[in-house]
Design a protein around this ligand. Structure first.
Ligand code: ZN
Length: 479
């Protein structure tokens, strides 16, 4: 080998080393160091509330600008925390420092609620709504993952057969539910039978009385079909069947027995209750309504007492009264207060005239009597003491006089048949033995009698005619 070349090679190596050192020195002197924190994962993380948060962390590197072998990892510290159960925006700061350099990065963690509340509907399979009716809410609940129970915030809207339920949570998430309303009608009408039509007396007019109501169709009375008939001319029990069907085909049935009863009959021989005896007395007749009254009394076998006058004629009625078992007594021939109470002689003359007509029509004189105006009258006060005298003389003549303890009110108080009826039934309930004052010269009195007699018989009363000694009924004498 050539020594020169050797030398040259030696210098060359030294030269190269020298150049290398210089280069390194230059590099080292111009090298710039930096410290960088780099996030792992996204700088902004959105997290559903209640879920777990795992921080992805960060890395830091200490690095020279052109001397890669001087690079190194640096420890990163993280500050900040995330409450996954609370909505909000959280910041985590990552820091690193090395050889006088420091660096940091932040990460934003958003804890959000994106879940809508859940509405749960309560529903009964048997539940239904009548067509056209408003749906009756069966109930619902609303729960939210974050807000909890939101039931009270639910808004509901019913439209076209659908109920829509809406609820919004505090994050604006909207929960919805829908209910399809089941429309139907499964209830039959209700038939109501009025008890008033349950019985009728033979010969009376009977009218059925009932109604039917449906929960949907309303009054369906007119659609009720009635099977069976009531023959009021014959006593008996008649069965009637009622059927009512609503528009949805629900059918109701009802049945009743209508009793056509025999007319109640008075039985004076066998009084039902000795403390319920009624002596009906009729003054001032006979008159034009007496025959009608006698027909009514006959229909119920009621025996009454007639204190008769000669004012209106109709004396043949006195004979009918006696023949049909009624008691007949003297009231007055003229019923003229001025005349009869002018003197005792005048009174007994008038009395004798009337008694003569009674004898003519009944075959015997009267043993019972009633003073016009009653023994307590004061209309006779123009002749002081006359009533005291007449009462005494009646006894001496073997006559028994009768006043009354129940007034029908038909002598001026009322002209209404219902009031007459009411006065009598009210009055007889106050007495064990009632002597009832009526006047057979008034149509409204006669018209009240059938109803009055029926009530009394239905309530256990017995009608009897007045016979001497049957009952004592005297007013205090006032003159
Ligand atoms: Zn009279």
């Amino acid at each position: 080998m050539n020594p020169v070349f050797r030398l040259e090679k030696k210098y060359l190596i030294l030269c190269l080393i020298g150049i290398g050192l210089i280069v390194f020195l230059i590099l080292e002197l111009t090298n710039k160091y930096s410290l960088t924190v780099a996030l792992q994962g996204d700088p902004v993380i959105t997290l559903e509330v209640g879920t777990e948060y795992k921080d992805p962390g960060a890395k830091a590197r200490y690095k020279g600008s052109h001397l890669p072998f001087r690079n190194r990892k640096v420890k990163v510290t993280a500050a900040g925390s995330v409450d996954v159960n609370k909505l909000g925006t959280y910041t985590i700061t990552y820091k690193a420092s090395h050889r006088g350099l420091s660096s940091q990065k932040t990460r934003t963690v958003k804890v959000v609620d994106t879940q809508a509340p859940v509405i749960t509907l309560k529903s009964d399979a048997d539940n239904y709504t009548l067509p056209g009716a408003e749906y009756k809410e069966e109930g619902y609940t609303a729960k939210d993952n974050y807000d909890g129970d939101l039931t009270s915030s639910v808004e509901r809207e019913e439209k076209d057969g659908v109920v829509t339920y809406t609820v919004t949570d505090s994050s604006g998430n909207v929960g919805k539910a829908e209910r399809k309303i089941v429309y139907d009608d499964r209830t039959a009408p209700v038939i109501t039978l009025d008890k008033t039509a349950a019985s009728v007396y033979v010969g009376d007019t009977w009218e059925d009385s009932y109604s039917a109501k449906d929960d949907l169709d309303g009054d369906v009375t007119s659609s009720v079909k009635v099977d069976g008939k009531v023959d009021t001319s014959k006593e008996g029990t008649y069965v009637l069947k009622y059927t009512s069907t609503d528009a949805h085909g629900n059918t109701a049935q009802a049945e009743r027995k209508v009793v056509v009863k025999a007319l109640p009959q008075n039985d004076p021989e066998n009084p039902k209750d000795k403390n319920k005896i009624i002596y009906l007395t009729f003054d001032d007749g006979p008159g034009q309504y007496t025959a009608q009254l006698l027909d009514i009394l006959k229909k119920y076998n009621v025996k009454a007492t007639f204190f008769v006058t000669g004012q209106f004629g109709y004396s043949n009625m006195i004979s009918r009264e006696a023949q049909e078992g009624h008691a007949v007594g003297v009231h007055s021939m003229t019923h003229d207060f001025k005349k009869i109470y002018a003197s005792d002689t005048a009174y007994w003359e008038d009395f004798a005239d009337m008694d003569m007509i009674i004898v003519k029509n009944t075959g015997r004189p009267a043993s019972i009597m009633r003073f016009p105006g009653g023994s307590s009258n004061t209309i006779s006060s123009f002749n002081p003491g006359i009533m005291t005298k007449l009462v005494k003389e009646a006894g001496e003549r073997g006559l028994e006089y009768f006043d009354w303890n129940v007034s029908s009110g038909d002598a001026g108080e009322t002209q209404d048949s219902n009031q007459v009826y009411q006065n009598i039934i009210d009055g007889v309930q106050q007495q064990a033995a009632s002597v009832v004052l009526c006047h057979d010269i008034h149509p409204f009195t006669v018209n009240a009698m059938e109803k009055t007699i029926r009530w009394c018989l239905e309530n256990g009363y017995t009608f009897e005619p007045i016979t001497p000694g049957a009952v004592e009924c005297h007013h205090p004498v006032n003159n």
